[in-house]
Design a protein around this ligand. Structure first.
Ligand code: HEC
Length: 362
């Protein structure tokens, strides 16, 4: 059946677009247009996580039977059923990855723990907290994007910590004297105000970056500051003042061993946004999210920590009774990600459980 599928794949020129590897490297792949004459990206269909219409045999059969409207992917309903099934089995035989189960939109929890919290990604506190896998999608099409982010949260009534983990085969951090290096990063985005998800129509902010009148609070961690901070501690000399913007946004650094002011002993920057082009860092004296990231065996593990009490109206209220809307973003330095070039999740509902609360949602 698989051999027959391969023959059919050849015969019907599927490989012109998809390539024999199914990775989307066929000879026509670079020049396809959709019904609106926009360039079309042939994604890697050997990766079950990328299949928009599903990875199960019956899903693939349906995709082949109906085609994907508006795209160069036509219907193959004219082929006999057994040929469509043979193609389905051939495609599945080429799957190179396991399907990673992830939630698209779900409830996530911050569990109460009776401990002092810190930013150590390897703290034993994380062994007890439930992990939710959340699906990420690239805002611009690309290959080998980070697909899933693993979310955990704990709180002790006074502080709330979030640990995010995601796969990244290369560690791209801060490089001495190189402002043009793209660094890995991760962000937590929290909706401000009393927005709820899908309860009274659509009153949640756009998950990309908030929108007018619906601001968001962003905690943005960037790789590499850890080393810079450690170098500072070990070093005898320092330059005194430092241009934080240069450090965070990657300007030219004259001296990588810099003295950071006490309020900026931090790898996380707090910002607010109210739609594209409105992203604004909070003033230095209002930066109150701590963070730390560790890269090991192809995975980032990053902890964000904030006091639950809200310092100002631009900080998300972590003591709300209602779930807090939260979304995530990941930048991969290797792929030259920066700003809007990133992978994102849609909104999730963060339920902050108080002491004695029974665990909901399993
Ligand atoms: C003219 C180019 C072209 C040809 C020929 C073609 N495809 Fe596609 N195919 C595409 C594009 C483009 C997409 C992605 C469309 C999108 O998601 O926007 C796609 C998507 C798919 C998907 C993934 C759907 C999903 O759920 O994401 C499958 C499976 C697939 N094609 C199988 C086939 C098979 C089998 C054949 C041959 C019988 C074939 N394609 C022939 C262009 C082509």
């Amino acid at each position: 059946m698989i051999a027959r599928g391969k023959e059919l794949f050849d015969e019907h020129k599927c490989d012109d677009c998809h390539g024999m590897s199914l990775k989307g490297d066929g000879k026509l792949a670079g020049s396809l247009k959709d019904a609106w004459k926009h360039a079309v990206f042939v994604h890697d269909i050997s990766n079950p996580n990328y299949l928009k219409s599903g990875r199960r045999p019956e899903d693939l059969f349906r995709t082949l039977s109906t085609g994907l409207d508006g795209t160069p992917m036509n219907s193959y309903a004219h082929l006999p059923e057994e040929d469509r099934w043979a193609l389905v089995h051939f495609i599945r035989s080429k799957f190179t990855k396991e399907f990673e189960k992830g939630e698209f939109e779900t409830d996530v929890y911050s569990f109460y723990v009776p401990y002092e919290l810190d930013t150590d990604p390897e703290s034993p506190v994380w062994e007890q907290a439930k992990t939710t896998n959340i699906v990420l999608r690239p805002l611009s099409a690309r290959r080998d994007a980070v697909e899933v982010i693993r979310f955990q949260s704990v709180n002790n009534g006074k502080q709330l910590a979030i640990r995010l983990r995601w796969k990244d085969t290369t560690k791209d951090g801060f490089v001495e004297n190189r402002g043009d290096v793209f660094r890995d990063g991760g962000a937590v985005q929290l909706a401000l105000g009393d927005v709820t998800l899908h309860t009274h129509g659509h009153n949640e902010p756009f998950f990309g970056m908030g929108n007018r009148g619906k601001p968001v609070n962003i905690w943005h961690w960037k790789a590499g500051l850890e080393e810079t901070l450690e170098a500072t501690e070990d070093s005898e000399y320092s330059t005194g003042g430092v241009d934080m913007d240069a450090l965070i946004f990657g300007g030219t650094m004259t001296n990588p061993v810099v003295k950071l002011g006490t309020t900026q002993q931090n790898t996380v920057e707090e910002l607010n946004g109210e739609g594209f082009g409105t992203l604004t860092p909070q003033p230095k004296d209002q930066q109150n999210v701590l963070g730390y990231g560790v890269w090991e065996d192809g995975e980032w593990s990053v902890v964000f920590l904030r006091d639950m009490e809200t310092a100002g109206k631009w900080d998300a209220n972590l003591n709300k009774e209602e779930p807090i809307l939260v979304a995530f973003a990941v930048w991969d330095g290797k792929k030259e990600d920066r700003n809007g070039r990133k992978v994102v999740s849609v909104w999730q509902r963060l339920n902050v459980l108080k002491e004695n609360a029974t665990q909901q949602g399993g």
